[in-house]
Design a protein around this ligand. Structure first.
Ligand code: HEM
Length: 465
């Protein structure tokens, strides 16, 4: 289906072939660069390392089979788990089987649309707080790293929605530091994982990562203990919901240890992903003034000078399409892994027990058979008519099947509200010459951040009125 790209935002340049040694070195540095060109052309690619089959699956029908139709045969791969378990413990991201099922049942209602609507004001006011700081930068030559800014604001939002009030600056700085260290030190897959060695063989975790993990766990445990002691009824935040939720089948709630693991998991999964998606959006908007202008006109047309609300989102479909297309090109979770526990067959693909499956939104979202001009930014792909024509598993930034992202609606609402709040006031221009390159560690972020200058939208607003 693919035709030549006229105006790519970013063009993957995969190698045709890599030796095992080259592949391991690249995987540890920036794992998506170790995916060879055939992965973007073929329905699947099979490699054998020390007797284990490593299979990259790109074809939507096959992905659906793994994530949904025969999901019980595919557990979370220990390869990814050994990296995450030291700090996410037995939370939703890392658990499996009946324990995971029970936890998901308990937590699901907190992420329903109805519960989330109450967080919209918090999302907007956290963004407004950030914009007060931006005021001093607007119209000057002083650059800002908008990737860092997005990480701060999404962390502020997840703390306010989780704990009611935002954290004080000292605590927020500590949590930012902790997640920064974790992402840096645990984001490099150990050789034992790349070779598919069993999880009882110890993996190296840096001393500073062990220290921040210990501190982070104690920090969250103290918040839970304080909340239990003070009585949690009526706060309406996520922690309140999680404390009071009961399994509808057994009537049981969570222990403090489970609660700690889930809070850390939601913090981890729920801020950097959205922040990365937004940082990529600002980069793209700076490169594509035509899209930025259309987005501004939509937002300005609905809001004029007021702040957005949850109800406004329906009236701003282009805003949603821009974010959807951004996380097609730059999926914040570029790949996730499964292990086959029994043999299976999908179409012409034989899967032995023990095979390590890579399911990569990055690859499927750039696949030449599935997308016309896969490297171009075309928000119209996500109009309701065009979305209907597509296989559901050709586009899956939030995963799919039983383990689909629990924070999917939270993230979409947050991204749209943050974008509308900012676009209404400011345009962001990439500092000329600033290098922008995707780096896949646990998530997909811009390696050097996204340095921008901030300009006022007033001129555009006057023209639009
Ligand atoms: C653009 C933002 C986000 C993206 C791209 C994203 C992506 C994903 C993906 C791909 C998975 C599935 C991984 C797998 O199947 O192995 C996942 C799971 C998860 N996500 Fe997200 N996520 C985002 C935002 C959020 C937010 C805002 C939250 C919470 C507030 C969250 C919480 C979780 C949790 C707890 C899981 C584990 C679910 C389970 O296994 O039951 N995510 N996410």
């Amino acid at each position: 289906m693919s035709t030549e790209t006229a105006n790519p935002i970013y063009e993957p340049n995969p190698p045709e072939h890599l030796t095992m040694r080259e592949s391991f070195a690249i995987m540890r540095e920036n794992y998506m660069n170790a995916w060879t060109a055939d992965a973007y052309r073929e329905p699947y690619v099979v490699n054998k390392v020390l007797g284990t089959q490593f299979i990259i699956v790109a074809k939507p029908e096959y992905i659906k089979h793994i994530l949904l139709d025969n999901a019980d045969n595919y557990v979370k791969s220990p390869m990814q788990q050994t990296t995450l378990i030291p700090f996410a413990g037995n939370g939703l991201l890392t658990s499996d089987g009946s324990f995971w099922r029970r936890q998901r049942r308990i937590m699901q209602p907190a992420f329903h649309h109805k519960s989330l609507m109450s967080f919209a004001d918090t999302m907007v006011s956290a963004t407004d707080k950030m914009l007060e700081r931006w005021h001093n930068y607007a119209g000057t030559d002083e650059p800002l790293d908008v990737w860092e800014e997005m990480t701060h604001v999404t962390l502020d939002i997840i703390s306010r929605t989780m704990f009611g009030t935002g954290m004080n600056e000292v605590d927020a700085a500590f949590v930012r530091h902790a997640f920064g260290v974790i992402s840096k030190d645990l984001g490099t897959p150990p050789y034992q994982d790349l070779l598919g060695l069993p999880s009882w063989i110890p993996r190296f975790v840096s001393r500073r990562a062990k220290k921040v993990i210990r501190e982070l766990r104690t920090f969250i445990e103290n918040i839970i203990a304080e909340r239990r002691a003070s009585g949690s009824e009526g706060q309406g935040d996520l922690l309140d919901m999680l404390l009071n939720m009961r399994d509808e089948e057994t009537g049981e709630g969570m222990t403090d240890g489970q609660l700690r693991d889930e809070v850390i998991t939601v913090f981890l999964a729920g801020h950097e992903t959205t922040a990365n998606g937004l940082a990529w959006a600002w980069y793209i908007l700076s490169e594509r003034p035509d899209v930025e202008r259309r987005l501004f006109e939509e937002v300005h047309g609905v809001l004029k000078v007021r702040a957005p609300t949850f109800e406004d989102l329906k009236a701003m479909p282009y805003n949603k399409m821009v974010f959807e297309e951004t996380i097609r090109l730059f999926p914040p979770a570029p790949a996730f892994l499964r292990k086959a526990i029994g043999p299976d067959r999908i179409g012409d693909l034989d899967i032995p027990a023990g095979a390590e499956m890579t399911i990569a939104p990055w690859i499927t979202h750039h696949h030449h058979d599935l997308w016309e001009k896969p490297n171009e930014f075309i928000p119209e792909r996500f109009s309701p008519e065009n979305s209907k024509k597509r296989h559901k598993y050709a586009y899956f930034p939030f995963g799919g099947g039983t383990r689909i992202c629990i924070g999917n609606s939270f993230a979409m609402m947050e991204a749209q509200l943050i974008m509308a709040t900012i676009v209404r006031k400011y345009r962001l221009k990439l500092v000329p010459g600033h290098p922008v390159e995707p780096l896949s560690k646990i998530t997909l972020r811009p390696r050097y951040g996204v340095k921008v200058r901030i300009e006022h939208q007033e001129a555009l607003a006057e023209a639009a009125d």
